[in-house]
Design a protein around this ligand. Structure first.
Ligand code: SF4
Ligand code: FES
Length: 249
């Protein structure tokens, strides 16, 4: 397969950046999208040029690192997949493919396709955890009965991999789907209830501090989320937040 790649190049956060064109040949349909970029990078290194910087780790859809826009879609064509799960059979010989980093003021570009998603870590650190008593009197988790529908919904929320596609896709740059998945997951489990109020307030406060936009219910985040996290989690987080705000001391 012969392709023309139009890739965003930016040497650092202060560089203006530009699209550059790279012809590439010998791409097989069974390669993943990241393997295709590996082939290009090998070619660039052999030519003594700077390879494309891009994030990746697990290459199996679980770490959330492989963030990029492909032909204007977060993680490219297809639903419920990350870029590392996208295969070249989705494209045709002779295609031109546009590849860009996430576009959001809260995710500044570090280099080329790599963005800083530290804002998500700071939101998580603000409340996305349960405090556990480690003094030797631990209660076996399995001793706490949890309703099946709650366990299933909490599990769905827990599949969020923190990739940031929801933010990058949202016209407002909102992080509501990510934050809602984290708040919702813990709010549904008995272990998460004691700190539920502080959690909702602190995570939303940190989200606002990081400069993410507001949710206006466009639903684009749910469509592009590789884990198909439901908008219902946003509704649950809003209920948690309202209840916490109204009963705050
Ligand atoms: S909600 Fe979906 S799109 Fe957003 S960070 Fe989590 S997995 Fe990625
Ligand atoms: S590299 Fe881990 S999700 Fe794609």
């Amino acid at each position: 397969m012969k392709l023309t790649l139009k890739i965003w190049r930016q040497s650092g956060p202060n560089d203006k950046g530009r699209m550059e064109t790279y012809p590439i040949d010998g791409i097989e349909e069974d390669m993943s999208f990241l393997e295709m970029i590996d082939v290009l990078n090998l070619q660039l290194v052999r030519e003594g040029k700077d390879p494309i910087a891009f994030d990746h780790d697990c290459r199996e859809g679980i770490c959330g690192m492989c963030s990029m826009f492909i032909n204007g879609e977060a993680h490219g064509p297809g639903r419920g997949i990350t870029t590392c799960q996208l295969h070249m059979r989705r494209f045709k010989d002779g295609d031109t493919i546009f590849i860009e980093p996430w576009r959001s003021g809260s995710f500044p570009v570090i280099k080329d396709l790599v963005v800083d998603r530290g804002a998500f870590d700071r939101i998580q650190a603000a409340g996305g955890f349960v405090s556990v008593n480690t003094n030797g009197n631990l209660v076996d988790g399995n001793a706490l009965p949890i309703a099946k529908d709650h366990a299933d919904t909490a599990f769905d929320a827990a599949t969020c991999i923190g990739c940031g596609a929801c933010v990058a896709t949202c016209p407002n740059g909102s992080a509501m789907l990510f934050v809602a998945a984290k708040v919702s997951q813990l709010s549904l489990l008995p272990q998460g209830r004691p700190e539920a109020k502080q959690r909702a307030l602190a995570m939303v406060e940190q989200m606002d501090k990081e400069g993410f936009g507001n949710c206006s219910n466009t639903g684009a985040c749910e469509v592009e989320c590789p884990k198909e996290i439901s908008l219902e989690h946003i509704a649950r987080m809003n209920r948690e937040y309202m209840a916490a705000a109204m009963t705050k001391e």
